[in-house]
Design a protein around this ligand. Structure first.
Ligand SMILES: *Cc1c(COP(=O)(O)O)cnc(C)c1O
Length: 409
């Protein structure tokens, strides 16, 4: 997005503020569908947890996307956005049987990831078609926190337990209409992903009533200049071809589903903050912004490197800064980063602020969660107000205590 438009938004709506550009979302959506153009039945279910503002969900729906959800509340947000229940898949982990039953009653596609719930749900609701989330035990990417296919992961049913799955399906008479996997957050090696896909195909052969195969997500997007990314075009070509061959063998056209979060919204988002203080210590120049990990936790939680630009002085001479927040705790956004010369009052723009930024924000230090703005067709539209003091008090129950009478003379 053009820096002057962002500066204008920071002036109009204040800062900190999140801004999302619909052009980038549709560009990514089209890039993914084009990559898989050879697959006649493709479903893109946007992972709501990345960015769950209802206006974003409506925009996804307008592009033709369905939704991938992990809680009943995300399902309800999708319904609120006008997404029909049959375009919503529910892929929770460790939630109660009751929550799964409530979502099934809303009409969303259920995806079950453990044998206990599979058996209970199948016994009670043999007529509700269910998808099964498998764990193919393929390690994608290097970070154990975001790789969810490895052997000790809490996600999915191990492929080694396929005999047990089949026994439950047989005993309950339930119908399995989809097989799902979601191996982790960073697909960098297409061949590793194709290997996991073969495991999914092998599993699928054991079921004869399937309608779709869901390959989850894990598309890596670049976070800073020169960063690596998943080669979507190569993946589309290779997996698309393999998928078509599998459908021929299976004897029925199936739907190929994906559930990208980051890929669709990460690069569409900008987080604008203002520099309160420039502080020089013996070895470091700190730029302290009016935010902290309460608003954007990814650098502290995952070590993510969000590219930071000084949009108030884009042509300025570059110097080295540590960009930190105003939280009373270490909240480093960037260490020793080259940024165009910063003065107090400048607006710093954090890139890749679309996915897992606002949705992970909190009220820590009793700060308000920021406003969200959608940049659509050249216009800035407010899609969430910044919080106010009332929001901090909402749901609190105030008790009264009489202060002790001071004995001081
Ligand atoms: C989080 C999640 C996704 C989205 O992952 P991204 O890395 O944001 O694309 C997809 N599917 C499931 C089941 C998830 O939990």
């Amino acid at each position: 997005m053009n820096p002057s438009a962002l500066i204008e938004i920071a002036k109009t709506h204040g800062s900190p503020v999140y801004v999302y550009n619909t052009d980038k979302i549709s560009e990514q959506y089209n890039r993914l569908t084009s990559a898989f153009a050879q697959v006649p039945q493709l479903r893109i279910n946007y992972a709501v947890k990345a960015l769950s503002n209802v206006s974003i969900l409506k925009y996804m729906h307008s592009l033709g996307a369905g939704l991938d959800t992990v809680s009943i509340q995300e399902v309800q947000l999708g319904l609120q956005a006008g997404v029909p229940a049959d375009k919503i898949i529910f892929t929770p982990n460790g939630v109660s049987l009751q929550e799964i039953e409530e979502v099934a009653a809303l009409g969303a596609q259920i995806n079950i990831d453990n044998l206990s719930v599979l058996e209970q749900f199948g016994s009670k609701h043999p007529n509700v078609p269910v998808c099964i989330r498998i764990n193919p035990h393929v390690m994608a990417g290097g970070n154990a926190n975001i790789s969810v296919g490895h052997i000790d992961s809490k996600f999915g049913i191990s492929i080694h337990q396929l005999p047990h799955i089949l026994r439950i399906v047989d005993n309950t008479g339930m119908r399995i209409n989809g097989i799902h996997m979601h191996t982790g957050s960073d697909i960098l090696d297409i061949d590793v992903f194709l290997h996991a896909a073969e495991i999914l195909f092998d599993t699928a052969r054991a079921f004869n009533d399937l309608e779709f195969l869901d390959f989850g997500s894990g598309f890596k997007v670049p976070y800073h200049p020169n960063d690596i990314e998943t080669n979507i075009e190569e993946l589309g070509e290779k997996l698309g071809e393999r998928f078509q061959a599998f459908c021929n063998e299976y004897g029925k056209p199936l739907t190929l589903a994906f559930e990208p979060g980051k890929f669709l919204v990460s690069q569409a988002g900008y987080f604008l903050t203002q520099v309160n203080v420039v502080k020089q210590t013996t070895s470091t120049v700190f730029a302290q912004v009016n935010s902290g990990f309460n608003h954007l936790i990814r650098p502290m939680l995952y070590g993510s490197q969000h590219h930071i630009e000084n949009i108030s002085n884009p042509q300025g001479r570059e110097r080295f800064y540590s960009v930190v927040g105003y939280i009373c705790e270490t909240d480093t956004f960037a260490n020793n980063r080259r940024i165009a010369e910063i003065s107090e009052g400048d607006v710093l723009c954090f890139h890749n602020a679309g996915a897992y930024c606002f949705t992970m924000a909190s009220n820590y230090n009793a700060r308000y969660r920021p406003a969200e703005v959608l940049w659509h067709q050249g216009e800035a539209k407010l899609i969430r107000n910044a919080e106010t003091f009332e929001d901090l008090l909402r749901n609190q129950v105030e008790l009264d205590f009489t202060p002790a009478i001071s004995e001081a003379i």
